[in-house]
Each structure stands twice: as C-alpha cells, then as structure tokens.
Design a protein around this ligand. Structure first.
Ligand code: NAD
Length: 362
C-alpha cells in the first residue's frame, strides 16, 4: 500500500527542493500517493485565503505532510501560513535535529543536538495590538491600573503567553523523544530570572516533568548563557527544549553550527499529525535558479520515513545523502569550503543521491 502524503511545494525555493526530494523518495522502495496542496500567495490569489480548508482537510486525512517553505509578507499582508498551520492542526512540537555530517565545512565536529521547540504559543500566539488603536489604549490603561506602570502612548503590543498545559506537553515530548532515541540529557532553556510568570512557569513545569524521567539527566539554562555555550562547546548538548521564540532562534543558531540552513531538517508534530519541513525559509532571491541545497528538505523526508515506520529506507536515504556530502563533488555552493568552486545544482544533488541509493541496491 502506498503512503498517502500531502505534498505542499510552498513558494520561493520550495517547489524546486520539493521536486528534488520527491524524486529521491520515489527512487526508494517505498511507494507514495501524493496529494498536492497550494498555500501562500498562490492560494491567496486563487482561493482568497493563504491557507485553504482543502489543504487542512487533506493533512488531517493523511496525517502526514511534506512541506516546502512559504513566504510570509513582512509587516503587512496575510499572517504566517506556517504559524497558522501549526496552530490549526495543533502541531505543538517542532523537532529540529542538528547533526554534523562528514564533509560539511564547519568549525565543529561531532555535534548531535535535537532542538524541541514549543510551537503554539509564546510570542507567536498572534495576540497583538497596533500602536494608537482603541484596543492598545485600553490595554495601556489596564496596565496602568493593575501594575502602576505607564507605557509610552506610541507603543505597540505583542503578548507573550506561556501556559502550564503547553509547557507540560512539550517538555514531556522532549523526554519521550530522549527515551525513544536513547538520548542522555534534556536541557530546558528559559529567561525565568526576568520573565517570572511566563518563562518562570515553563521552568517550574519542566522541573516537575523531569522528575518523571529519573534515568535521563535534566538541566535548565538561561537562554543567553545557552547561546554562548553552544558557540563554544556545542558537544555538551543533547536534547534542548525551549519555548517558541527561543526555539526559533536557537534552531537557526544550531543549524549554523553544523554547516548552515542547507543541512537543517525539521518536523512539526502533534498527537496524530506530522508535517515535515526544513528549518530554512523560502529564500526568495534564489527562487527558480536551481541553485539552493535540497538536503535539509531531503533530511526532513528521512524524518518522515521514520515517522511512517520505514526505518530501513530512512537509514538508506540518510546514508546516501551523507555519502554525497562526504564526497563533496555533487554539493551545492553552500557546502563548498570555497564558494568560488564550481557547485552542483539542486537537481544534480538529487541525481547524485539517487545514484548512491542505486549503488546501495534500493
Ligand atoms: P531563509 O531561510 O529563507 O533564507 C536566508 C538565507 O539562508 C538565504 O538567503 C540563503 O542564503 C540561505 N538559505 C536558506 N535556505 C537555503 C538552502 N536550502 N540552500 C542554501 N542556502 C539557503 O530566511 P529569510 O530570508 O529570513 O526568509 C525568507 C522567507 O521565508 C520569509 O518570508 C520568511 O517568513 C519565510 N520563512 C518560512 C519558513 C517556513 O516556511 N517554514 C521558515 C522560515 C522563514
């Protein structure tokens, strides 16, 4: 039986890396039935909404999606499709492994960190009040009455919301992931010394959950200290669980440690549904140039294969990708130590991975 998967090409560089990834998946022995979903500006133009119901319905039915990046207009226009998708499907855990592959130019070796980012709340709750509106004036008044703090009249507000429920389930997810994948340590990052009622609640909940997993080491760390330590000695970290905004930033930082966004895969996971997508965005300036690295997207596909129970095929695909990287011949510009060296195109990387798969026999 083929696996039914919703395939969302996205925009910018999305369609070309999705195409490359679809080709390598179809070169394995696993069969897929793709249902294509259009989101973003294309969907806005066609259906009057950037996230049409038919796409949500398709993901709910198939329970699995492979997604390319989608552009979010800055400041104006529609809200982020990526955030809306995670919130409407309650994909509360964002899983981003950052691992060094031999051959990737990076100052660090043996990094193998998994970022577990809370995906539904924090400063991404979408609760915002624009400067000078009736609502923001009312909020300023409430703040004055309740805290005696006078905010500047020309302030805008973005509300940081952290709940015990969401904190508990994300920390539990991190520990369950650690247990299932034989990981030894979970670190919870926060700024609880300053943000007592939001990050403080996250930290208190994390400490409580950690007690349920006595065989896994637990530590908590202030977010700024974490960033400094990651850039000095990233090997000391294993699984890191963070609230949404810090998770967003630290997963890019960790992607940088292991060679950049071109090799950083990811997944957004809920109780029944999982959407696999790379950490990077739609890199509009490279759109249509057949130039960017499809490996982050392909590694996201290996995560999808594991999620679907196709462990052997996932291992084979990851091995084929690792072999292409290690050889260093058919890799895109971002994986060349000297950017003036000739580099492979997006589709040539796919050809090379397919070649390695064939050599492995499937
Ligand atoms: P970006 O990740 O798209 O690109 C930043 C830079 O990283 C690029 O200019 C390029 O130099 C490099 N890069 C990214 N992907 C690469 C790849 N596969 N191979 C080689 N180099 C790569 O970040 P941005 O420019 O901040 O965002 C562009 C758009 O993407 C924005 O609209 C943003 O909202 C959106 N975005 C979408 C997602 C998503 O769909 N999940 C995630 C992040 C950003």
């Amino acid at each position: 039986m083929p696996h039914k998967v919703t395939l969302i090409p996205g925009d910018g560089i999305g369609p070309e890396i999705i195409e490359a990834t679809k080709r390598v998946l179809e070169a394995t022995d696993v069969k897929f039935e793709w249902q294509i979903g259009t989101v973003g500006q294309g969907a806005q133009d066609k259906f009057g909404t950037p996230l049409p119901d038919n796409v949500l319905e398709s993901i709910k039915k198939n329970k699995v999606a492979l997604k390319g990046p989608v552009t979010t207009p800055i400041g104006t226009g529609f809200r982020s499709v990526n955030v809306a998708l995670r919130q409407s499907l309650d994909l509360y855990a964002c899983l981003r492994p950052c691992k060094t592959y031999r051959g990737v130019p990076t100052p660090f070796e043996n990094v193998d960190i998994v970022i577990v980012r809370e995906n539904t709340e924090d400063l991404y709750s979408g609760i915002e009040f624009a400067k000078g509106t009736k609502e923001s004036n009312r909020l300023a008044k409430l703040i004055l009455e309740t805290t005696k703090t006078r905010v500047k009249e020309d302030s805008g507000f973005s509300i940081k919301v952290i709940s015990e429920t969401a904190s508990r389930r994300i920390v539990k997810f991190a520990f369950e992931y650690a247990r299932a994948n034989r990981r030894k340590k979970v670190s919870a990052a926060h700024k609880a010394n300053i943000l007592k009622f939001s990050d403080g609640l996250f930290l208190a909940t994390a400490r409580e959950v950690a007690k349920e997993y006595p065989t896994i080491e637990f530590e908590d760390i202030v977010i700024d200290a974490l960033c400094m330590r990651l850039t000095r000695n990233p090997q000391q970290y294993d699984v890191i669980v963070l609230p949404n905004l810090y998770g967003d930033i630290v997963s890019d930082l960790c992607a940088g440690l292991v060679g950049g966004l071109g090799v950083a895969p990811g997944a957004n996971i809920g109780d029944n549904i999982a959407v696999f997508e790379p950490t990077h965005g739609s890199a509009p300036k490279y759109a249509g140039k057949n130039k960017v690295n499809p490996i982050a997207m392909m590694l996201s596909a290996t995560m999808m294969l594991r999620h679907l129970g196709e462990i052997k095929t996932a291992d084979k695909l990851e091995k084929a990708i690792a072999a292409v990287i290690a050889e260093g011949k058919n890799v895109t510009y971002d994986l060349k130590s000297d950017r003036n060296q000739p580099a492979a195109t997006t589709s040539e990387v796919a050809d090379a991975v397919i070649e390695k798969l064939k050599k492995q026999g499937g």
